[in-house]
Design a protein around this ligand. Structure first.
Ligand code: PMP
Length: 313
């Protein structure tokens, strides 16, 4: 597993996972009435080699599975994923030589489908009307039916998911802000980003405010996020950690995604834009503060979705 003995020079793909840049928004805060004393910082997770924050969790999950012997000797990694975790698994499977089977809702976007195919992952489609919860149910059925064929990674219950952020994202934010972070804003999907980063930040400074972001409706366009009141709640989720919850409307996030592209030069996905919507709400209430928001992926995978197409129509 991992890079071969052949490679004395250069670096391996996985060494590039994590240590993403923290950008400071330059023009957007003033346009939204945010006081001069408030810094709005964004962690650009599309700098990971698989293009999203989920490289972190997938790497840790796969490393633990090889360490424990759950993966290896010909077993395929199986999981349910709305896309980015699947892309990360598929990338790692290709780089390290293990098979990857992903259960995805049949409604996933064309770009994601093409990317997963390009990395050579096997796709099993679940009922599009059941969303990611339908994919989770089908993955559980497959794992139970074929235990000798699959290692079921189960990102929703796997502690390696949040530990990747506890030891990675959280530490990076403390270093990059010199410990001055006052608020942390992240969208909730598996909740791994918030659980891991949030715990690490609170440990360093218990007054750090953790702001969770969810879609305001079960039927939403914020790919990667869950409307927790109506969804299967991830086993790794501990709601008591979160200080404040912000619910964001899809159209509002889309408008802000367009603004981030045109005012900051940041082309981001809808869940990233939703995190900035929430960060701006918090920022407007403050005179001073250092707010860090997670931007999980770039806008490239969403160019054919209503986020950009509705505007061109
Ligand atoms: N945004 C996007 C685009 C994602 O793919 C995910 C992962 N589901 C999230 C946000 C949420 O991250 P997490 O699973 O760590 O809660």
């Amino acid at each position: 597993m991992g890079p071969s003995m052949r490679c004395q020079l250069g670096e391996s793909l996985t060494e590039r996972i994590g240590n993403t840049p923290l950008f400071c928004l330059q023009r957007l805060p003033a346009a939204h009435g945010v006081a001069e004393g408030v810094q709005l910082l964004v962690k650009a997770e599309w700098y990971n080699p698989g293009g999203s924050v989920k490289d972190r969790a997938a790497l840790r999950i796969v490393q633990e599975a090889f360490r424990s012997g759950a993966l290896g000797n010909g077993k395929r990694l199986l999981d349910a994923t709305s896309g980015n975790t699947g892309i990360a698994y598929a990338m790692l499977g290709a780089a390290w030589g293990f098979g990857v089977t992903l259960v995805v809702p049949a409604s996933i976007g064309e770009e994601r489908r093409a990317i997963l195919h390009a990395y050579g992952a096997e796709l099993v489609f679940s009922d599009p009307y059941e969303g990611t919860d339908g994919a989770i149910r089908l993955a559980r059925e497959l794992a139970a039916a074929y235990p000798e064929r699959y290692y079921y990674a189960d990102q929703y219950s796997n502690p390696a998911n949040w530990l990747a952020h506890y030891e990675g994202t959280g530490v990076e934010i403390l270093e990059q802000t010199g410990g001055r972070v006052t608020h942390f804003v992240a969208g909730l999907g598996t909740t791994g980003t918030m659980m891991g980063t949030g715990r690490r930040l609170k440990e360093s400074n218990p007054t750090v405010m953790l702001v969770g972001v969810q879609p305001d409706d079960p039927f939403h366009g914020l790919e990667g996020l869950k409307h927790l009141p109506t969804a299967l709640v991830p086993a790794i989720y501990d709601p008591s950690l979160i200080d404040r919850m912000e619910f964001v409307d899809t159209e509002e996030a889309y408008r802000l995604a367009r603004e981030l592209a045109r005012r900051e030069g940041l082309l981001v996905g809808p869940s990233a834009a939703a995190a900035v919507v929430a960060a701006l709400r918090v920022a407007r209430e403050l005179e001073h503060g250092v707010i860090v928001a997670i931007l999980p992926d770039s806008g490239l995978k969403y160019l054919s979705t209503p986020l950009w197409q509705a505007e061109r129509a």
